[in-house]
Write a protein that binds this ligand. Sequence first.
Ligand SMILES: [Fe+2]
Ligand SMILES: [Fe+2]
Length: 206
Amino acid sequence: MLGEKHLYDIVMSAAFAHVIPKVIPGYDVPAKEFWLHNIAVAVFGEKIAALLGIEDVDMVYTAGLLHDIGKLAIGSFVADSKQALAESIRTDDMTLIDAEKKLLGTDHTEVGEQVGSKWKLPVPIQYSARYHHNPDELPDASYQPLLDIIHAADGLAFQLGFGNDFGELARRIQPTTIERLGLKVQKLESVASDSLEQINEMGSLF
Ligand SMILES: [Fe+2]
Ligand SMILES: [Fe+2]
């Protein structure tokens, strides 16, 4: 009755919901916010792909759901540097990735890719964890549409208040992504208004 696709989304979401701890220590984010952010990126990603008629992109929903998986893995290590992380971003005007690199020697995208590889997740999921902040650096052009979609969906999530870390005001969708996808503000607005009900519905399920 739900349809295979919707059922798959719910199963993936339910499986993922169980690995989220009550609080992601270093980023000071309650589980619910982390959850809603990932759901928002998954749903926005699917709507952007549909709106742009990009049909041959697989796994947009799952890639959106798991793109910040690295934060789960390093959350407790970031915890000791929480104050310093927030300060670097606010006062030194650093991006989240640069601040993580400075304090930990790595960041949640590098760790996310390694988690994906360790768990033997599909390559597009690993790439999405690794390049969602820097889609221009993707080494395999065949996944460029997927990465641009996830990057745009992540930016849209922050702009609409579904953020999950400190760098919210500094988060922008990169112009190269906007250009490659041919995104217009009106399109993003229609993605947003089409998605909010589904995000809240999924958010309330778990
Ligand atoms: Fe991220
Ligand atoms: Fe994100």
